[in-house]
Write a protein that binds this ligand. Structure first.
Ligand SMILES: C[S@@+](CC[C@H](N)C(=O)[O-])C[C@H]1O[C@@H](n2cnc3c(N)ncnc32)[C@H](O)[C@@H]1O
Length: 293
């Protein structure tokens, strides 16, 4: 196992100190060194067994066997009030698709985890398929260890469609009918994926956007809680965690990705990392300046 120790990063004044550690390691080896129930949130986007540069394609059965071992370790690490978010798409073999959330579902349930949402992450760009419809969504499968889980809706509310709508009749007539902080963002999230023109793009072929993880961090953890990504890539989960004063842990088997993650974390600490802001409207070419004001 190659280990790259995270340097003592300078912290900006608005970021309280906390654990920040990413290593170049196989996730099962890395997790073996972590304590039971020590992590509040696990967020990850795993290899889909598609033969991408960072994975060796194997049979679906052998892939699921590997996932069974990784999930068992994650469940061991998860705090009783914790959440586990597995972000997945499809395994594709000779044009036949296997939705990974469908085949992974029984594994999570076998540990007694309870599913809270299957969030549809919708994005506008990707490959154009010729023999089936082009894929434009993946899912984030949100599981908790039990019924008493940490959950904060207010930090992730989005603007209401009609913020000034008032009760029409009854004892509350004239009062605002919606929450002044905005509405629940629902279980369909439209967030741009990280393609070449995205400000977060690195050499990683499949990084997810930081804003996607920020919503999970803000709603499922409290400040100083620990967030872990077992397939950390270039550190997007750790960045979302540190941006909001949470501890961050991660590992990836590729040393180049880990080096980039460390560089991005250092940029974040220095206030120099550019990430797409949460809540920024989707670029709309029909509007002046794409609708970005
Ligand atoms: C889909 S990518 C994750 C990208 C990440 N979400 C980001 O935004 O950078 C999956 C990652 O899993 C890593 N990986 C594959 N097998 C692994 C293993 N056994 N242990 C740790 N990392 C692994 C790959 O190197 C790859 O970077």
């Amino acid at each position: 196992m190659t280990t790259i120790d995270a340097p003592q990063l300078p912290l900006s004044t608005d970021q309280p100190p906390g654990i920040e550690r990413i290593e170049c390691a196989d996730n099962l080896e890395f997790m073996a060194g972590l304590d039971n129930e020590s992590v509040q949130l696990i967020v990850t986007s795993l290899p889909y067994n598609l033969g991408k540069p960072y994975e060796a394609k194997s049979s679906l059965d052998s892939y699921l066997e590997d996932q069974t071992a990784v999930i068992a370790e994650c469940v061991r690490l998860l705090a009783p009030t914790g959440s586990l978010c597995w972000q997945v798409g499809n395994f594709v073999d000779n044009g036949e698709i296997v939705p990974l959330d469908a085949v992974l579902f029984p594994i999570f349930r076998s540990h007694g985890l309870q599913m809270r949402n299957r969030i549809v992450w919708h994005f506008g760009h990707g490959l154009h398929s010729s023999k089936r419809l082009s894929g434009r969504y993946e899912t984030i499968n949100w599981w908790t260890k039990g019924p008493d889980y940490t959950w904060h809706l207010d930090p992730i509310r989005v603007p209401s469609k009609y913020p000034n709508k008032r009760h029409f009749r009854g004892p509350k007539a004239g009062q605002l009918s919606g929450n002044p902080l905005g509405k629940n963002p629902s279980d369909v999230w439209e967030i741009p994926n990280v393609k070449n023109n995205h400000i977060e793009k690195t050499i990683h072929p499949c990084q997810f956007p930081v804003e996607l993880v920020e919503r999970l961090v803000l709603s499922m953890t409290d400040p100083d809680d620990l967030v872990f990504d077992p397939y950390a890539g270039v550190g997007s989960t750790l960045i979302a965690a540190r941006k909001h004063g949470r501890g961050a842990l991660g590992c990836d088997i590729d040393a180049d990705y880990v080096a980039i993650a460390l560089e991005r974390l250092a940029q974040l600490a220095a206030g120099e990392l550019r990430t797409r802001p949460m809540g920024k409207p989707i670029y709309d070419p029909s509007k002046p300046n794409g609708g970005h004001g």
